[in-house]
Design a protein around this ligand. Structure first.
Ligand SMILES: [Zn+2]
Ligand SMILES: [Zn+2]
Length: 195
């Protein structure tokens, strides 16, 4: 570290009572002026372990972009000062935009949902604040099992046939599904998201 000025000899620490040469040093990472034994301060690059980690990170990584695409398809922006930034200093952009709108930080169990499903479309009109439970049920509600064979229109047509007194076995034949499946369907026990 850069030595600011030398101080009178003094006892440092509790191990030895010998007086040592000490100086004030400037930590290049946090900008604090710290008092250290001269030999240590001149040897160390920063004031503390924590600063050393950040310092190494900044020194050895390529300069980082202000905005990056994440592996999961979102935008993240560099915000070291944000309390919920990732270890490398990024925050998801859609969360930041929502925080700006509501003028507070989001909690861990708040989720910002993209209304049109496009994860990089962070216009405020496309964002909706939900809690984690709401969000989970929101996404499970419309989900269809991969085994589901019928389109929404098929389902509506089958239910209409049932209302018009078509027999369940004939509905099953029409849509090439089992009688059990047809029965479930017309009694609204399956495809419940179709109305
Ligand atoms: Zn420091
Ligand atoms: Zn969502």
């Amino acid at each position: 570290m850069q030595e600011i000025r030398r101080l009178p000899l003094r006892v440092m620490g509790t191990v030895s009572t010998r007086k040592r040469a000490v100086s004030e040093f400037l930590c290049p990472q946090c900008g604090n002026i710290v008092v250290k034994r001269r030999s240590n301060g001149r040897r160390d690059y920063t004031c503390s372990q924590a600063c050393a980690r950040k310092y190494r990170y900044d020194a050895y990584r390529a300069p980082r972009k202000e905005r990056i695409g994440t592996g999961r398809g979102y935008w993240a922006v560099l915000r070291h000062d944000h309390p919920n930034a990732s270890a490398d200093g990024y925050v998801l952009e859609h969360r930041l935009i929502m925080e700006k709108k509501i003028s507070r930080y989001l909690t861990k169990d708040e989720v910002v949902h993209h209304i049109n499903g496009v994860r990089k479309d962070n216009q405020i009109e496309n964002l909706l604040l939900m809690d984690a439970n709401e969000h989970r049920s929101f996404h499970t509600k419309g989900r269809r099992s991969p085994a589901a064979k019928l389109s929404d229109d098929d389902v509506r047509a089958a239910r209409k046939m049932y209302v018009d007194n078509t027999r369940v076995c004939d509905i099953a034949l029409t849509f090439k599904i089992s009688g059990g499946a047809a029965s479930q369907l017309v009694h609204n026990k399956s495809y419940r998201d179709v109305s």
